[in-house]
Design a protein around this ligand. Structure first.
Ligand code: BTN
Length: 323
């Protein structure tokens, strides 16, 4: 066990009591400077200590951690989230999920991390994933559909998440095409699907979801404050991350089964009802250039149908929308 962990254990064993730097250094056989550095390190990780001269330190509060048991208790699925891999710090839960598939992980396996050091978003963007406050997770799915159905799964995921957030928080949340969740025009969640296919057949898809659940104003980088918010900021109260994760999986499994049985049509109707993009003037940045016009509908494949100023209708399959 590392010295930092041993210090933490000592405080947990002596909950409510003050321990001096000298006592700790004697107990663990390290210098008082080392003890002080580790306590500062723990503070950086979100632990709160009270410090009193001549008494020492008392552990007041530990950072909140996602508890697997609390997710299980709220889960009503048959396979999604039945195997949960909870990690502390990873580069990206997407990498972990790809690795787990290679090791033979089952469909429905969910990887969750408290922190991502290289979280990634759509179109090569970075995804800010600070410790202990957000929901950073990747789900392994192995649907028997052709690879070109993946955009529909992206839209399906957005619908599931939107329903879960509305149910759990009551926040008025909407979907910006294809899969950003917005509250009062600011982003609270992003979805990234990464797949592996052979010929036209999908081997597996990783559904990556980032939710800025309990980030505070200070946790949001300055350059993002105009475009990003969190559920806690919007609701005025923290959200229980475990319940939201379970609610999302419950919704996702129901919609996934509906999709497998009835196709995309019912999902499309739900997506359209939750959309904040449709019937608005939009500016879509695509790899081929910028498309401007009125977002009219979603076609049967999941593409956005935009009527340009000259009256011509174009279908957009991937891109970034400015509403
Ligand atoms: C986007 O809006 O651009 C998509 C963001 C997706 C972020 C999530 S967080 C969990 C998973 N791991 C990652 O590295 N990215 C996704």
């Amino acid at each position: 066990m590392s010295v930092r962990k041993q210090i933490l254990e000592l405080f947990r064993l002596n909950r409510g009591s003050y321990l001096s730097g000298e006592d700790i250094s004697r107990e663990l056989g390290c210098s008082r400077t080392a003890v002080w550095k580790h306590i500062e390190g723990l503070r950086q990780e979100g632990y709160r200590f009270d410090a009193v001269t001549r008494k020492g330190y008392c552990l007041i509060e530990e950072p909140e951690r996602i508890e697997e048991k609390a997710i299980e208790e709220a889960l009503q699925t048959s396979f999604m989230g039945k195997n949960i891999v909870l990690l502390d710090e990873v580069e990206s839960t997407m990498n972990e999920a790809h690795r787990l598939v290679a090791e033979g992980a089952n469909e429905g396996t969910l990887v969750i991390a408290e922190e991502q050091t290289s979280g990634r978003g759509r179109m090569g963007k970075k995804w800010h994933s600070p410790k202990g406050k957000g929901i950073w997770m990747s789900l392994i799915l192995k649907p028997r559909v052709p690879v070109y159905f993946v955009p529909q799964l992206t839209l399906l995921t957005a619908v599931a998440l939107c329903r879960a957030v509305r149910r759990e928080t009551g926040i008025d949340i909407g979907i910006k095409w294809p899969n950003d969740l917005l509250v009062r025009g600011k982003k609270v969640s992003g979805i990234l699907l990464e797949m592996s296919g052979e010929d036209e057949r999908l081997k597996y898809v990783i559904v990556g979801t980032g939710i800025t659940a309990n980030l505070t104003e200070e946790d949001i980088p300055e350059e993002l404050t105009a475009v990003a918010t969190s559920l806690a900021i919007e609701a005025g109260t923290p959200v229980k991350r475990e319940t939201l994760i379970a609610a999302f999986l419950n919704e996702l499994e129901t919609l996934y089964q509906l999709y497998m049985e009835n196709g995309f049509a019912p999902i499309r109707t739900m997506w359209e009802a939750m959309s904040v993009t449709l019937h608005n003037q939009v500016r879509v940045k695509t790899a081929q250039g910028v498309i401007e016009g009125r977002a009219e509908s979603l076609d049967e494949s999941g593409a956005l149908v935009v009527r340009q100023l000259d009256g011509e209708k174009v279908r957009v399959y991937s891109g970034d929308v400015d509403i």
